[in-house]
Design a protein. Sequence first.
Length: 77
Amino acid sequence: METFLNLAMIVVSIALIIVIILQSRGAGLGGLGGGGDMGGGSNFYARRGVERLLFNITIGMSVVFFLLAIITVILVG
């Protein structure tokens, strides 16, 4: 069981890293230095399409990672 949990944590963490990198590539370099807009950095926009899908996948995978970490600590610990 411990081996399965460790393997699951590794797979989920690698997938989470990949999804986060894909999200940051879509953001571009405009907001890298504190915002690329002239309005002071307070612009909001709706996520659509692939960006929204990546955002939701990131949230779901982070919840799964957190639950796996708690389960590992409880069972192995």
